[in-house]
Design a protein around this ligand. Structure first.
Ligand code: ATP
Length: 234
């Protein structure tokens, strides 16, 4: 899998938020998208997901744009949005079933893939619960579970640590690392810089819709001439 974003200008209703941004993500890379509130992280993610159309520039997943092959493009991505988006009228079990249906996964296989996550997130006994029965953190866990069972080649994860308890954060970090080690690519936006530093291979630093630095932590140290600085000191 390779994701290539070239000279992307985009945003909402023709008002540019992102200004000429370019980056790539290769197989097995975990890239952190870092920036202050309003910097343009979620807007970048919405463009990569194909939810917003570029005003200019080009986004390609394995060489194809979302318009060239919408279904194939979207099925390669496991999306965990910042705010959980669940169907109020469907139970957790039914969420797993419709995810399986949407991604052409056999129902049995989907439940097999879900088993470990259901245990880890203590949801095994809650398959018949509706979203209204879940706390915000539990809803976030359901979103994570539904994205993970699709076993995509690219995970797009928007602010994954917000609202999760420390145990779930630890488990999620481990899961993300496992996926990466198995060859999946991951674009993760986060404000939790200590976690990002621990697990990301590279960083995209975004501010006011522009990527003003990108690279490994060492490369950023050189770029900012701040050896040994942490991300939040840069
Ligand atoms: P945060 O860390 O707070 O989630 P972010 O880096 O994800 O911030 P974005 O949500 O991408 O930031 O917002 C970037 C800019 O786009 C902001 O100026 C914001 O006001 C604007 N924006 C975001 N959503 C919309 C929208 N639906 N319509 C118009 N402008 C928007």
């Amino acid at each position: 899998m390779s994701l290539s974003v070239k000279e992307l200008t985009g945003g909402y209703s023709r008002i540019p938020v992102l200004k000429n941004i370019s980056f790539e993500i290769e197989d097995g890379e975990l890239v952190g998208l870092i920036g202050l509130n309003g910097a343009g992280k979620s807007t970048t993610i919405k463009h990569v997901m194909g939810l917003l159309k570029p005003f200019e520039g080009d986004i390609r997943l394995d060489g194809q744009t979302v318009d060239e092959a919408p279904d194939t493009y979207r099925k390669k991505i496991g999306f965990i949005p910042e705010t959980p988006l669940l169907y109020e009228e469907l139970t957790l079990r039914e969420h797993i079933e419709i995810t399986a249906l949407a991604y052409d996964i056999k129902k049995d296989e989907a439940f097999k893939r879900a088993e470990l996550l259901l245990q880890l997130f203590r949801l095994t006994d809650r398959l018949d619960w509706f979203p209204s029965d879940f706390s915000k953190g539990m809803k976030q866990k359901v979103m994570i579970l539904c994205a993970f069972i699709t076993e995509p080649s690219l995970y797009i994860i928007d602010e994954p640590f917000v609202g999760l308890d420390p145990l779930a954060i630890r488990d999620l970090i481990q899961l993300i690392e496992e996926k990466k080690n198995n060859g999946a690519s991951i674009l993760m936006s986060t404000h939790v810089l200590a976690n990002a530093e621990r697990i990301c291979d590279r960083f995209l630093i975004i501010d006011e819709g522009k990527i003003y630095a990108q690279g490994t932590l060492n490369e950023l140290h050189q770029q900012f001439n701040m050896p040994n600085a942490t991300l939040d000191e840069m």
